[in-house]
Design a protein around this ligand. Sequence first.
Ligand code: PGA
Length: 255
Amino acid sequence: MYLNNQPYLHTKNDRMNCSVHSDYHQMSEFAANEILSVLAANPKATLCLATGDTPLLTYQLLVEKIIRQKIKISQIHFVGLDEWVGVPHTNPGSCHYFLHKNIFTPLNVNLKNIHLFDALSANLADECKKMNELIDRLQGIDLMLVGIGRNGHIGFNEPGDAENNFAHISQLDPLTIEVGQKYFTETIHLQKGLTLGLAHFYAARKVMMMANGIKKKEIVKKTLEYPISTQVPATLIRKHQNAILIIDKDASGQE
Ligand code: PGA
């Protein structure tokens, strides 16, 4: 019944597509194929791929497919979504480490095509400025893939943050700090992040937002039903012109 990546349910909510899959594996297959179709349509695309538990299998499947199908990605550019301020790249909990381990190293991506925040920089404002200029030079983001934080954050755009921000320094929400510990083996002091802003999210030519598991059921419901506002940043997906919410049955709340 769920073979061939057929979504369990595909609905339209406002302008937004919602694709519900039987389980985490099926949604990850679907998401990997969506990314592949962006690469096929534009071999010079700029991708912004979130880190975190949610997209991990998507990236593993994507890497497998790119290698197996011998897809050329030499002109693809990758820009970072976010990073924990003060966490070195060598820390396995950093976004930098995650992306290199799961995407850039297995695909042998040229370093000149990788553009991540340096969250150890002495001048974080300048890091943000450089990232904004770079995205402009790349003529915007073709595909932005994001997860949903349990508080509804997108990247480190936390509840109540401004809607017109580009890259900026974010004061992390207490729930982000608490949940963020899961990425680290040691207890770590998290307080700030660097993140692309919601203005980048709106401007991305395609957005994929993903969530899986029972623990995301509550926030997925809010994403779909709460008033569209930065109080729950994920609700803003409903204003995006070309977005798809990809979830599994557990996160959807369906029986
Ligand atoms: P997760 O994080 O994929 O690890 O659940 C999602 C997020 O915080 O955006």
